[in-house]
Every structure is written in C-alpha cells, then in structure tokens.
Design a binder for this molecule. Structure first.
Ligand code: ZN
Length: 246
C-alpha cells in the first residue's frame, strides 16, 4: 500500500515537473530581449522602401521621459529639440529627413510586434530606421556620478562602415562638446544599431552633470550641437552615397 502511494506520488511529481519546465520555458521566451525578435523582424524589414536620406530618432517621448536632470529637465525634451534642429540643418542642405517622432509622443504605433510598451517602442524605432539610407538616434545620459560628463558615440560592433560613420560624426562633435570617451564605442547589444542601414546612437552629454546640464538647457548650445552632429551626418551621407554607387 505504501509502495503504491509512493509510486503515485512520483508520477504526480513527474507530471508537475514537466508542466513546470514548460512554464519556465514559456516565461523565458516571453522575457527574451527585443533582439530575439530580430530574425522575425528582418524579413518584414526587407520590404520596407527607403524613403529618406536620413532618419533621426529623438529618444524616448510621451510617458517615457528618459533621464531627468536637476530642475525637472527631461531627456525627451532636450533630444527632441536637438533632433528638430538637426532636421532643419540637413533639409537646408538638400537631404530628405525622416523623424521617428516630431512631438512629445512615443513610437509604439510604428511597431509590428506584441509586447510591453517599451518593447513596441523600441521595435517601432528599429523598423523606422529602415526607411532611411542611414539613421541616427539622439539621447542624453544620466548617471549616479555627478562628475561624469561629455558626449558618447555608439556604433555597431564589427561593422566597418558603421565605424567610419561614428568617426565622421565624432570628429564634428568634438569641435563643440566635451567627450566622455576618447573615441566612438562599439556595442553589440543595442537593437537600434542592428538595423540594416548604418545607425549611430549619440549621447549628447550628461543631464546628471551640472556643466553638461547648463549647456544642454541652452537653446543656443543645442543649435551648435545639432549643426555639429548634422555636419557629421552630412559628411558621412555624401561618402556613403558614393561608396554605394561604385
Ligand atoms: Zn535615452
């Protein structure tokens, strides 16, 4: 009798174990980072027609304020203004410019996946990048160390053309803003950089640093910054266009 019961107990345990494993597997798949969806995305992306010379992506927006600096300075507002100024600068020089957002909203409506608001927002930006021959995402940093300051340029790791793009923008950026790092930084884990066209992510400075914050709240400095990054984008665009036509 006791033997039978034990057998029964073992059977139940196995069934629970299988069910538990399946549940864990399901939870794991659901929590996989956005990059997991890349394989699914790339097929959808191939058919996306290129409509712009450059796509500018002002980070965050809507309920996502991004980093917050002293005095309630939101990253989303700072980077939107820089992006709009960049658009004007580049359009004046004959480029067709697309924006992922041109007001205080997120870009979840551009997504083609289901998921959290953050996942759909990132997916929307990723997809939008494929409407341009090149792209650039503008952000501002926040960190615990108030002494940390300066701009950073991120590019896709192991991509030679993206590295050239990064260096081209970096060269212009260092004329007007302190740099956090002596050269552009390669990254392999940023979804936006994995887009098919060359894409950079530029952090324009630290909102958590008083010096950077003072600069970034100044519209005049944002104009200078927008023109410098814009000039870098323009220089690379001209180079890349020739490179592709060869
Ligand atoms: Zn950001």
């Amino acid at each position: 009798m006791s033997r039978k019961r034990r057998f029964f107990w073992v059977t139940i345990t196995r069934q629970y174990l299988i069910a538990f494993c399946l549940l864990v597997l399901l939870l794991y798949v659901l929590t996989l980072p956005e990059s997991y969806h890349l394989a699914v995305l790339s097929t959808a992306v191939v058919s996306t027609p290129v409509k712009y010379d450059v796509i500018i992506d002002p980070g965050h927006g809507g309920i996502d304020s991004g980093g917050i600096g002293a005095g309630d300075i939101y990253e989303k507002d700072i980077v939107l203004d820089i992006a709009l100024k960049m658009r004007d600068f580049l359009e004046e020089r004959g480029l067709k410019v697309g924006l992922t957002r041109s007001d205080d909203s997120d870009v979840t409506h551009l997504a083609n996946i289901r998921g959290t608001r953050h996942q759909r927002d990132l997916n929307g930006r990723f997809l939008a990048m494929h409407e341009g021959s090149i792209g650039i995402s503008i952000h501002a940093n926040v960190t615990k160390d108030p002494k940390e300051k300066g701009a950073i340029v991120f590019y896709m790791r192991d991509s030679y053309i993206d590295q050239i793009y990064a260096k081209t923008v970096f060269e212009e950026l260092e004329k007007v803003q302190v740099l956090n790092h002596p050269e552009p930084i390669p990254r392999g884990n940023l979804l936006l950089l994995k887009a098919k066209p060359p894409v950079l992510l530029v952090e324009v400075g630290f909102l958590s640093n008083q010096e950077d914050l003072n600069k970034l709240v100044n519209p005049g400095f944002r104009q200078v910054l927008a023109e410098a990054i814009g000039q870098g984008v323009l220089n690379f665009h001209n180079f890349y266009r020739l490179e592709q036509s060869e």
